[in-house]
Design a protein. Structure first.
Length: 345
């Protein structure tokens, strides 16, 4: 299957719910299921080909200094728009924007880009304690897990700030294990937010030990592993931990796919396939982004490597069209459909 044929096949199944239903069968979501975008709720069936972990803009200056007056929205749009139009033309329909609060999250900017491009864009609620907790607001250190969950649920129910835009998932960030108490508290807060909202938890995770610890915390809080996305799983060198997390039901996300990492990421997917866990994998680039503080936003990394190079390479390595469709459409859709996922008792 050459790239032109792949893109024809891939784009074709985006076109109508009927063809998606024929492919997915009984797994087509019920009409009351939804995904929350920056423009409002959509049916999961409308997500189409999805990139589940990307960034438009980030600001690493620190939680207390990261404010919208540090950048010009028009300039950010001018930089990001061609990259979004590019992937829209390649068949992508949904992009999950993973910049958390206090690191440059800007829902209004995302809504403007969604309106310009026709893409479905998702934003998030939650806090990020990785990177030495630089992006963590001061109140997160003193408030309880329930108080933090209350903040995040307010954004889910009332919208973020004055925008009225509701988050489509929970984004937290934790360091490598063993997890410090503050990081554990964020996981507990995310679990309680999930049980009250159905929002999926996407967790920037330092290593495999931290991933398994989070799954244990979630289970004790009554949340199934299926509500959890292990973000940056590629940073764990031991593939047996990827397999273990997937067997528990977690989403294992290899989101560092770029021009220089094609082969190693193909190998990761081959390992997961060999262990019959390909159905718990998500793939993305962790690309973009307009970097506040750098001239012109610095170097913006494209979002197109998966479509133009990675998926064709999977075809060469024997992955089927059905497996590729599940990786790019079915599995992201299932991961981000809003649904409370209680742990089995």
């Amino acid at each position: 299957m050459n790239r032109r044929h792949f893109l024809t096949v891939g784009s074709g199944i985006l076109a109508s719910p009927a063809t998606q239903a024929a492919f997915l069968g009984s797994r087509v979501p019920t009409p009351d299921a939804l995904v929350m975008t920056v423009q409002g709720p959509i049916s999961p069936a409308d997500m189409g080909l999805t990139l589940p972990h990307e960034h438009i803009l980030v600001d690493f200056i620190g939680a207390e200094q990261a404010t919208p007056d540090r950048y010009k929205v028009a300039e950010v749009i001018a930089v990001a728009l061609p990259h979004l139009e590019r992937i829209r033309a390649l068949g992508v329909r949904t992009l999950v924007e993973c910049t958390p609060s206090y690191l440059g999250r800007d829902p209004a900017l995302l809504r403007a880009l969604a309106e310009r491009t026709g893409l479905h864009l998702l934003t998030n609620t939650g806090y990020y304690a990785a990177a030495e907790e630089k992006g963590l607001p001061a109140h997160a250190r003193t408030e309880t897990a329930d108080e933090l969950a209350s903040r995040w649920l307010h954004e889910w129910r009332e919208g973020i700030g004055e925008t009225g835009i509701r988050p489509g998932f929970i984004k937290i960030g934790v360091a490598a294990g063993p997890l410090p108490p503050l990081h554990r508290k964020l996981v507990v807060a995310a679990a309680r937010t999930h049980l009250a909202s159905g929002l999926t938890i996407a967790a920037h995770t330092g290593n495999g030990e931290a991933a398994l610890t989070q799954l244990d915390i979630l289970r004790r809080e009554g949340v199934a592993a299926a509500a959890f996305i292990w973000v940056h799983a590629q940073n764990e060198a031991d593939p047996s931990i990827h397999v273990e997390a997937a067997r528990q039901g977690a989403w294992v996300e290899f989101d560092g796919i770029g021009p220089d990492s094609i082969s190693e990421n193909v190998a990761r997917l081959q390992t997961m396939k060999a262990h019959r866990q390909l159905g718990r994998v998500l793939i993305s680039h962790d690309a973009g982004w307009y970097h506040v503080g750098e001239p012109g936003g610095g170097t913006f990394r494209p979002f197109d490597t998966i479509i133009t190079r990675f998926l064709p390479e999977l075809v060469k390595r024997g992955f089927t069209a059905e497996e590729i469709r599940r990786l790019t459409i079915d599995q992201p859709r299932e991961a981000f459909t809003i649904r409370i996922r209680p742990a089995k008792t």
